[in-house]
Design a protein. Structure first.
Length: 967
DNA sequence: GAAACCAGTTTTTTT
DNA sequence: AACTGGTTTC
């Protein structure tokens, strides 16, 4: 959005002008929040006595901070250079800056003598931190045998690290002697609050014939099932009463809540405190500790707090802030000129410790936190009683139809038996008004047994369809038919999106998966891992992968592993790798060898170089890191935008802040949205319950055993799971849509889907392969990386398409695809139906031909050929239809469904590429290449071009193309 | 109809 | 660990 020419609306102007005082801004989706915030900033800055350093602007991401700066510079008298050091940053970078400038002694506040230094590292990688934490725990257990039993009840010690981070995010820290300020109070929980939940759950329900049992008694029907409690535990009947009882005795609220937790608290205290010491000893901090120390420092260093005190404080995306960030902001603010901007309806980061009550109960928390911070001396000197609320309700993104419909997501029951009060929520929703008067929105819901196909079918229906016209100011009537690019498919889970992408690829639909990618499960990473294992003498696991990749069959690979007679070119490569000193170097060489010149390979190299920056490399550590990352499914942003007209697939989380003309919210299925399962580990913290353990190790009855906590089982029966955030996720997804909004589910839709105020249609998909998928006939792509910056991929066909225009008449790509698909399935040994099938003659020829071959079949093998053309690294890739592999020979076969053979010179280029690739993979076998014409069943041998001849062709191609970036 | 029981499912990601 | 949906028992 460019904002130079835009005039603020009245609400925006009110906020821009309201520079003095405390403001809570409810800025709904698409209401021009960033625009207004930056204008307000510029407006404050334009006052005579205000300098950039008086004005604090906090954001959630570095990107947001950068964007803010850019837009501010465009609107005030300051240059980018002048604002370079202005406090426009994330909470974390601000905390980092403060610690580096003033905080070397901050650990002293907790009673730790170690210092933060300018060389203290910020440990960003979670996998590495988990590794360090594991190491720490090993040491901790040795030093504290008295806590041994706690580790017996945990399935995974890294859950303790998450607990530590959760406590830190609330401002609960240990000191050498105890807990920082009133942290310990939080650990005890809140019995009064618990009692409310207990009573609520224990109220008898209304039945048709009088009262029925309370939800609590119902939930406790499973009490003790498959559980083993300590002998002190009450029996099921004692707890629930006999048959016909409607409620359980109120006394159980006390008995379930009250237990001696002093040892548990001591354990967590020692673990937490010593981990902070360990981290400082190893000279690192994590993101949580950054905020922890900055907060502690500002609490206790009164002079510093007064020195920093900002005249104006603004916080963007306030719904994403954690409790400690709120408290930190109160200490940073020097006056009550505080402005928080956000939208509680879009708070979807609770798993990252965001607390939605920061914004929903802003005034209440403001006063509570001020009271806490001022309980011994005055730290917050300004009044917090006068908060003005401003609402931005003018929406510049969606139609009114979509805006109105979106609100229903916040009031949908998320499971079939959830009872939540939708009226409460409904009251607090600030409705949005569409800026446009368009009323063209389609809002529909579809189910289908194969949801992937249903979705593709939908996409096919939408593209170019005037019924799904999207707004376009350049079009005559303001609308134009949609293209792939206009469509975004949003999903709750990453897995669904990835599988959808695969299915879409099979049908030739252009799809771009955006957002984090599981980098370490890519082919690139697995091959790198294999070579590292080979270097580390973990030979079998490494060689197996490498040999398979090179095309050896399982039997051949086994043979090679047994005899250790590895192919000589591979051994030579291994020896070459052994001398490389850095991970980055090894990775680059491996990727070069396989012709990986893509964004994944680049990101892998950068990630590994970032993590293992030290010059001398410990390959074992790298292997372990890759294995753990693979295990943890850790994701990385990969800049792999194909830049072509393609459908966007992303998670709802990744879509936050973005907009799309047409949004399809997919995978609204049971177990997926909302996701079921996954309540934390055996030691956990919760605001109501405080610090608890759900299990206990004991040796009563002389039998060592992990017992379940009967108290926990009663408590969890009172506290039902919250689904508010799932509803908000749905809201976020829906408000991304500008023109049309569709929902999709599979065979078992979730309650969120079923409760939508829409009639859903059942779809019987009939998906046709899309054109331009490039899976038929000519498959070659040349990609040319740009030397500057990330790899720019420009697909070009090496084959002159005009040759085919007058050849494939009447038959077309659909015909070719059918025959190719038949050939693939038959070669893979599937049973295929030939009688009465379309393209009978061609299929018959293929079948007969395949029957005549005696090698082992490999179908649809990808081939990559790296070339150097005039110093430029270029790779040509394609898919080989069929390889027939015998111990001595490899035959390349490419099916062609053309009528006539006059395109043969063009095909020669294609199979030559395959020939050269396979010559490298199978140096010891004879390679032959041929084209199989399915029309008449003839096999034509091809005399391949040499590498030099291919290079010349590519050079010519590059010269005639204007879109290839200049080297 | 209410209650009890059984079997099959199963996450999000930035600093 | 929690939720769905189907079946059995009283």
């Amino acid at each position: 959005m460019t904002d130079t020419a835009i005039t603020p609306n009245d609400q925006q102007q009110e906020l821009i002008d309201a520079t003095e005082g405390t403001y809570l801004v409810d800025a709904g989706a698409g209401t021009g929040k960033t625009f207004t915030v930056t204008r307000r900033y510029a407006n404050i800055l334009d006052q005579d006595d205000v300098e950039p350093e008086d004005l604090l602007l906090l954001t959630f991401t570095n990107n947001a901070a950068e964007e803010m700066k850019d837009r501010i510079v465009a609107h005030c008298d300051y240059s980018m250079a002048a604002l370079r050091d202005a406090p426009i940053s994330t909470f974390h970078s601000l905390a980092h800056d403060i610690l580096l400038r003033y905080g070397f002694e901050a650990p002293q506040i907790l009673g730790i003598d170690d210092r933060i230094t300018s060389s203290t590292q910020l440990l960003e990688n979670e996998v590495i931190e988990n590794e360090r934490f594991r190491e720490f725990v090993g040491r901790f257990v040795r030093d504290h045998p008295e806590y041994e039993d706690y580790f017996r009840i945990l399935s995974d010690e890294s859950s303790l690290l998450n607990l530590i981070k959760q406590l830190a995010a609330k401002g609960i820290f240990p000191t050498r002697e105890g807990w920082f300020r009133h942290g310990e109070r939080y650990l005890d929980g809140d019995f009064e609050e618990f009692k409310v939940y207990f009573t609520e759950a224990n109220t008898a329900n209304e039945g048709a014939n009088g009262p029925t049992q309370s939800d609590l008694r119902d939930n406790l029907g499973r009490y003790g099932r498959n559980k083993c409690y300590l002998p002190e535990a009450p029996g099921k009947t004692e707890l629930r009463g006999g048959r016909g009882t409607k409620q359980i005795d109120a006394e159980w609220a006390n008995r379930a809540f009250e237990e001696d937790r002093s040892e548990l608290k001591q354990f967590i205290h020692d673990l937490y405190f010593e981990y902070i010491e360990f981290a400082l000893g190893r000279n690192y901090l994590n993101f949580s500790f950054l905020l922890l120390f900055a907060f502690a420092l500002l609490c206790e260093d009164h002079a510093l707090r007064e020195e920093l005190a900002f005249e104006y404080t603004m916080i963007d995306e306030f719904q994403d802030t954690s409790e400690i960030q709120f408290k930190l902001a109160l200490l940073l603010a020097g006056t009550d000129n505080i402005c928080v901007v956000g939208d509680w309806k879009q708070s979807i980061y609770s798993f990252q410790y965001a607390s939605v009550d920061n914004i929903r109960r802003f005034e209440e928390r403001l006063q509570t936190y001020k009271g806490e911070l001022n309980n011994d001396i005055e730290r917050v000197g300004y009044p917090v009683e006068n908060v003005t609320e401003i609402e931005l309700t003018q929406n510049y993104r969606s139609t009114q139809e979509i805006l109105d419909f979106s609100e229903c997501s916040l009031t949908l029951p998320a499971t079939n038996n959830e009872d939540f009060d939708a009226d409460d929520v409904r009251e607090s929703i600030v409705s949005l008004d569409a800026d446009s008067n368009n009323e063209h929105s389609q809002i529909k819901a579809t189910t289908g047994d194969d949801e992937y196909e249903t979705l593709l079918d939908r996409v096919q229906e939408i593209v170019d369809n005037p019924e799904y016209a999207v707004a376009d100011t350049d079009a005559d009537d303001g609308l134009r038919p949609p293209t792939y690019e206009d469509i975004a498919i949003l999903t709750r889970t990453r897995q669904f999106g990835r599988e959808l992408q695969q299915r879409a690829d099979e049908y030739g639909f252009p799809v771009a998966y955006e957002g984090g990618v599981e980098l370490f499960s890519t082919d690139q990473a697995l091959l790198l891992l294999a070579w590292l294992r080979i270097l580390e003498n973990d030979a079998d696991r490494g060689w197996a992968v490498v040999l398979e990749r090179a095309g050896y069959t399982l039997d051949e690979a086994d043979q090679i592993l047994d005899t250790e007679a590895y192919p000589s070119n591979m051994v030579a490569f291994r020896d070459e790798l052994a001398d490389v000193e850095t991970v980055g170097g090894i990775a680059r060489r491996v990727f070069d060898r396989y012709g990986f010149e893509d964004a994944y390979a680049d990101t892998l190299v950068t990630t590994l170089e970032g993590v293992f920056s030290s010059t001398h490399i410990n390959r074992g550590e790298v292997i372990q890191f890759i294995e753990r990352s693979l295990d943890a499914g850790s994701t990385h942003e990969v800049d792999d935008s194909p830049g072509t007209d393609s459908i966007t697939v992303q998670t709802i989380h990744a879509a936050k802040g973005l907009e799309h003309p047409i949004v399809i919210l997919a995978n609204v299925n049971q177990h997926n949205f909302p996701p079921s399962g996954g309540g934390g580990d055996a030691i956990r913290y919760d605001d109501t319950e405080g610090l608890r353990q759900t299990k206990r190790y004991s040796t009563v009855h002389d039998l060592p055993h992990v017992y379940h906590s009967w108290r926990h089982d009663i408590r969890s029966a009172c506290l039902s799971r919250e689904y508010d955030e799932e509803r908000r996720l749905m809201y976020v997804a829906m408000t991304r849509a500008k023109d049309h909004l569709l929902f999709s589910a599979g065979s078992s839709p979730s309650a969120l889907f079923e409760n939508l105020p829409l009639e859903s249609e059942e779809s019987v998909p009939d998906v046709q392969p899309a054109d331009g998928g490039g899976t038929v006939q000519s498959h070659l792509q040349i990609s040319i990386p740009n030397r500057e910056g990330p790899v720019a991929q420009s697909p070009h066909t090496l084959i002159d398409d005009s040759v085919f225009e007058d050849v494939s008449d009447g038959k077309g790509s659909e015909f070719g695809r059918r025959v190719h698909e038949f050939a693939e399935r038959y070669a893979e040994g599937e049973t295929v139906e030939l009688e009465n099938s379309e393209a009978y003659d061609d299929k018959y020829h293929v079948k007969k031909f395949l029957d005549s071959l005696d090698g082992e079949f490999r179908v649809e093998e990808p081939a990559y050929l790296p070339l150097t053309v005039d110093g430029e690294e270029v790779s040509i890739s394609g898919i080989i239809d069929l390889l027939s592999v015998t111990p001595d020979n490899v035959a390349i076969i490419d099916y062609k469904t053309d009528r006539g053979q006059h395109a043969k010179p063009e095909y020669r280029k294609q199979v030559s590429v395959y020939y050269l690739v396979l010559s490298q993979c199978f140096p010891d076998r004879e390679i032959s290449a041929s084209i199989f014409y399915t029309e008449d069943g003839s096999r034509v041998s091809i005399d391949p071009l040499t590498k030099e001849e291919l290079v010349a062709l590519v050079r010519a191609e590059m010269a005639t193309s204007s879109t290839i970036p200049a080297g």
